[in-house]
Design a protein around this ligand. Structure first.
Ligand code: SAH
Length: 423
């Protein structure tokens, strides 16, 4: 019956679903029913799509069509509320997806308080100007009053600061020396359906739904999104158009795949851009991120400077601080020089440690000095609070740790290794 290359509904856009419906000889409104069921109700099986006639559902099933819904295989909950999901796909491969709940003060993935930034006018050199969590109940009550909604509805809606961190590949090929995911190598790209499927699975599990609940999305999990470009871009489009997540609440982070950064700037629908800088000169960056051999700092900075920013948009640069390696005052001054005059901000991330990672985490004072130098050079710089380190959910720690969670070398300082599987 003319089923498109994939047999999963998830990952198909409106045009593809329309084609499927028309080839099946069904009326065109069925396309909307399927879109709604898959992306809004997040049906896991065809049987759940009760808007379709039983006979049509059977025909779909017989021709090998499934919803393609992702399956949550394991779930680890951190003391700070962060949840790390292990999400499995049909071929048995799995990735990690992280849920960072509201009110955490700084996990939008780009240093702003999640969700706050879209309403503010952008980063200022005076520091992060974000509404405090304490103001939220008052604001919520005001919204209730104007919208005539019950406070408990509003409480539900106050999931306003939650962020989902999604993966784009199984493993990663980029080989950054400080990142646990790199140790896996790259197994395969995720399809657009598998990328969107992570979001749908987490939204369903957390019982939240955009746009009522303000959801931020960061493509900062396992993998290099710009090395899985077509699927990543299609997924981003589906997340905006079909799932209903606001474009301005999405950020993609790249290790610096320069030609793809340029392509990405030309996309009609695209998340905001974050670039993992992580070093202040070529020698250091090449040592830490081998990708720098191919696309040097000069090439990367040129692409960043030419990136077509929208109104009130800026580029985020992430800088993972490694004790005694890239965190000296001289490094801060060099980094400031690289970024001078750009519409950007910097997120400083003190290394999240892990087994097999031979770097140390600088202390808070050293991080503060680095931040101060950037700020004094006129560059907004924010320090990211690590989330879910105790369950291996923080930046650079996504390695499907369940595989190794019993191994003794994981018992390293500052990591408590007692993940609590819930599922
Ligand atoms: N491949 C993409 C997205 C995934 S990494 C990229 O490189 O940007 C998301 C962020 O986590 C990157 O900024 C990366 O530099 C940072 N990161 C990686 N390992 C880390 C670690 N061990 N501690 C802290 N941050 C880390």
């Amino acid at each position: 019956m003319g089923v498109p290359p994939t047999s999963s509904l998830l990952g198909l856009d409106r045009g593809e679903i329309t084609a499927l419906v028309s080839e099946a000889g069904e009326p065109s409104y069925r396309a909307k029913q399927i879109m709604d069921a898959v992306y809004r109700q997040r049906a896991e099986t065809l049987a759940e799509i009760s808007t379709l006639p039983q006979e049509f559902r059977e025909r779909l099933a017989q021709s090998g069509v499934t919803t393609g819904a992702a399956r949550i295989e394991k779930k680890f909950v951190s003391v700070d509320g962060t949840v790390r999901y292990l999400i499995a796909f049909a071929d048995g491969q799995s990735v990690e997806t992280v849920w960072m709940p509201e009110g955490d003060g700084g996990e939008a993935g780009d240093g702003s308080e999640a969700g706050a930034e879209a309403e503010s006018s952008g980063p200022g050199t005076s520091g992060a100007k974000v509404p405090s969590a304490e103001n939220e109940p008052i604001a919520a009550l005001k919204r209730c009053a104007t919208q005539n909604r019950a406070p408990q509805d509003e409480r539900r809606q106050a999931h306003g600061r939650s962020t989902i961190c999604i993966s784009s590949q199984v493993g990663c090929a980029v080989d950054c020396q400080f990142c646990l995911t790199a140790l896996l190598g790259v197994k395969r790209n995720l399809t657009a359906g598998e990328i969107v499927g992570q979001v749908c699975a987490v939204l369903k599990d957390q019982k939240v739904s955009p746009p009522d609940d303000r959801i931020n999305l960061v493509f900062m999990g396992m993998g290099e999104p710009l090395l899985n470009y077509e699927n990543f871009v299609k997924a981003a489009r589906l997340l905006v158009e079909a799932v209903g997540i606001a474009e301005r609440r999405m950020t993609v982070s790249t290790a610096g795949i320069v030609p793809r950064i340029r392509d990405f700037g030309g996309e009609a629908i695209r998340p905001k851009l974050a670039i993992s800088l992580n070093a202040s000169n070529d020698a250091l960056r090449t040592r830490l991120m081998p990708v720098n051999k191919k696309w040097t700092l000069e090439m990367l900075m040129a692409a960043a400077r030419e990136f077509p920013l929208r109104t009130r948009e800026w580029i985020t640069f992430e800088y993972v601080l490694l004790g005694g390696v890239n965190d000296t005052p001289e490094n801060a001054r060099e980094a400031a020089e690289l970024l001078r005059g750009m519409r950007c901000k910097v997120n400083l991330i003190a290394l999240n440690p892990g087994p097999g990672i031979d770097f140390t985490t600088p202390d808070a004072e050293r991080v503060a000095v680095f931040q101060k130098i950037l700020r004094e050079a006129g560059i907004p710089a924010f320090v990211r609070r690590p989330r879910g380190r105790d369950i291996y959910a923080a930046c650079g720690q996504l390695k499907r740790t369940v595989e190794v969670s019993t191994s003794p070398e994981l018992q390293i300082q500052s990591i408590s290794l007692s993940p609590t599987p819930e599922v």
